[in-house]
Design a protein around this ligand. Structure first.
Ligand code: DSN
Length: 418
């Protein structure tokens, strides 16, 4: 499929699109929050639904002519509920941050106390960082990792909850490689009469197939993005089984936080939820988990340390101290050999978030591209070799050749021609 129109009407933009396709094709994508959507998802997102204003919800809109976009939003809502076995879905949040903003607005008053995972221990900006609205509008306190196990310290979390009696406890993370015990967190929250919210953005695909326990049976509300392991278009959504909370969520999203929903993206979400209901999607997620484990094994065999000693999900958090390379330098060096990762703080990070001592390595996008367990072990080993080859130009060139050979075996978007 060539770019039929924009290449003629706007070659400058067409050139940017073409260069980005070439970039995605010519490196192995290991950023744990990224993925490659299907051409069907892209077709829906690039459709005439972008033209439609549809403030409100299906059957109750503030504009005429919404009957057809209602079909798309109803499909997205119904399929989201089917994927996650729940009774309510709001699929309008433009992003994960917007979903969290709406959920907090629905559940909290300004200045309320909330417990969230510390950003530098694996949490997310919207879980109370002082530079984010969450940290500015609410009184967040942070829980984190046990210093020895580098896994969530549930006992310390329970002590903090008893001491502070928050109105809300937030579970979920952006850089946590282990299974999260949502039932234990829910018990901690509910014991102090707090509500329990889970931001499952990273593991939404794993939850969809049962590869990670679902937060739905025990959380009062669940927020997510649709574009990470779930492999849909860029966006957010919110789920609950509680009717009262559902009504508050709908009001908080619109008119509370957003205006017109992005109906083309909602159609893309409907397609992605449909894909997540197919048996092949469960096979994909199983492979994502195996591939993350093999990436980790390759890196450990190559002399790097994984935070917490391994992974249960789609990502590894890598401590680069042994190689004496910063996360910032590692990110640049790996890009040179065709491996795309992001620098990431490690627990008790001595360096600034712009430099860091670690990288985060995920398997979701590479698995979509077709990399298997053997490829991922090799990629893990190549990451480690790169970290110990900082001043070895010939060594780096040899690594790039091996990366290029893997890429050549797994073409990306062969149907696109631009
Ligand atoms: N930026 C996302 C990530 O990379 O994990 C979280 O929003």
């Amino acid at each position: 499929m060539p770019l039929q129109y924009v290449s003629r009407t706007d070659p400058a933009v067409a050139n940017a699109l073409s260069q980005e396709l070439a970039r995605q094709r010519s490196s192995i994508e290991l950023i744990a929050s990224e993925n490659f959507t299907s051409p069907s998802v892209m077709e829906a997102v690039g459709s005439v639904l972008t033209n439609k204003y549809a403030e409100g919800y299906p059957g109750k809109r503030y504009y005429g002519g919404c009957e057809k976009v209602d079909i798309a939003e109803d499909l997205a809502r119904e399929r989201a509920c089917a994927v996650y076995n729940c009774s309510f879905a709001n699929v309008q949040p433009h992003s994960g941050a917007n979903a969290n903003f709406a959920a907090y607005t629905a559940l909290l008053d300004l200045g309320d106390t909330v417990l969230g995972m510390s950003l530098d221990q694996g949490g997310h900006l919207t879980h109370g960082s002082p530079v984010n609205f969450s940290g500015k509008y609410y009184r967040f306190a942070a829980y984190g990792l046990h210093p020895e196990t580098e896994t969530i310290d549930y006992e310390a979390m329970a002590r903090l909850a008893k001491e502070l009696r928050p109105r809300l406890v937030v579970g979920g993370a952006s850089a946590y490689p282990r299974t999260i015990d949502f039932e234990r967190m829910a018990a901690i929250a509910h014991e102090v009469d707090a509500l329990f919210m889970v931001d499952m953005a990273h593991i939404a695909g794993l939850v969809a197939t049962g590869a990670h326990p679902s937060p739905l049976p025990c959380a009062d509300v669940v927020t997510s993005t649709s574009h990470k392991t779930l492999r849909g278009p860029r966006g957010g959504f919110i789920l609950t089984n509680n009717e009262e909370i559902a009504a508050k969520i709908d009001k908080a999203v619109f008119p509370g936080a957003q205006g017109g929903p992005l109906m083309h993206v909602i159609a893309g979400k409907a397609v992605a939820f449909g894909e997540a209901l197919q048996p092949s999607y469960a096979d994909y997620i199983d492979q994502v988990v195996v591939n993350a484990e093999q990436l980790g094994k390759g890196m450990m065999d190559g002399g790097l340390r994984l935070v917490s000693g391994g992974t249960d999900n789609h990502l590894c958090l890598v401590d680069l101290t042994a190689a004496d390379v910063t996360g910032k330098d590692a990110e640049k060096l790996l890009e040179r050999v065709g491996l795309t990762v992001n620098k990431n703080s490690i627990p008790n990070e001595p360096r600034s978030p712009f430099v860091t001592s670690g990288i985060r390595v995920g398997s979701a996008a590479a698995t979509t591209r077709g990399l298997d367990a053997g490829d991922c072990y090799q990629v893990g080993a190549l990451i480690a070799r790169t970290m110990f080859s900082v001043h070895d130009e010939a060594g780096l060139a040899a690594i790039k050749e091996e990366v290029d050979a893997i890429i050549a075996r797994h073409p990306l978007y062969p149907e696109f021609d631009y």
